[in-house]
Write a protein that binds this ligand. Sequence first.
Ligand code: LMR
Length: 398
Amino acid sequence: MWQDIQAAPADSILGLTEAFRNDPSVQKVNLGVGVYKDETGKTPILKCVKAAEKILLEQEATKSYLPISGDPLYAAEVQKLLFGKSAEVIISGRAVTAHAPGGTGALRVGGDLLKKFYPDAKVWLSNPTWANHKGVFKTAGFELAEYDYYNPASRAVDFSAMVDSLENIPADDIVLFHACCHNPSGVDLTPAQWKEVAAIGKDKGWIPFLDFAYQGFGEGVEADRCGIEEFAATGIDFFVASSFSKNFGLYNERVGALTIVSPTAQEAAVAMSHLKTTIRVIYSNPPAHGGLVVSTILSNPKLHAQWLGELAGMRDRIKAMRVALVKGLAARGVEGDFSSIANQRGMFSFSGLSSDIVVWLRSNKSIYVVGGGRINLAGLTKANIDYVCDAIAEGLRQ
Ligand code: LMR
């Protein structure tokens, strides 16, 4: 069957992890995939997760199917995290949430659902964006387009170009945003800019779809949701894909959610009915464990507080590594201004390293960086930062 078929290329991010695993170098450093590592280079299980799992082990009474949209307690906790405990959207019942297998699962379910009702819509992605956004929405059958976002010269959001793009997107097209911690650039909109973007969305009638994979990795869980709050305040229809891979460290449990916000509770109920028919034919109903862990933590005041503390610990360590990288490169007299790395948010940074340097770092130093120069700062530790800074300095002198 496969004799005349060419092999598919490796995934640009997860394929790098495979190559990293097979690299025998003892000094190898993985700055590729967006996975948090602690100071010892390990991806730990959060203490609040272990505590929740202990509770579940003792109290879980059945492994029967969950409802198609998942556990209602999980959906309620996800909404509180997204909008705030007593948000109007929650009280009015105009948001519905389904537990999806990870952020990617939520994006794809949302894509499949939208395709049913907007078969001719284009999906607009930020330039640049996470490589898998293209795969997900293309495979859901959409034509893709790009709106302006990042300016490599200023290493910042080109907001006026972005506004120009957004104002020219027709009604009923779909516009994908990174709610915080833009992947790959690490540069986000300010609260005032979110307000403006939400107003354009309302005015133009396109459908916002917010990918929220890093809540808590920017400034904190509340500050990071300001884009969601601005869209909620407009009263228009929009979608949010949440992921709890990073902020709960639950990568391999595939735990995320798709939330659909509508102008009224009646419309939201219709949205949920179609969301369920979409899910039923893909994976029928979600895997329980990760969702149960998240809802156990969020609904328990002690565990909730512990989680916020652990999340802050991850955020602060990444910020410290940003500063250390900038200082390390400056101390080695590396040419070029890398100072913007310290101000970017989330796990990633567009380092400004060229494709040649990215290839050189991998071949000569076993340092893995995603093509385009995206660095995962969480892969840096006190033990490897000097090695990485030396390697970048040497690479740039070649
Ligand atoms: C990343 O961008 O590295 C992460 O979101 C992991 C992934 O699935 O690509």
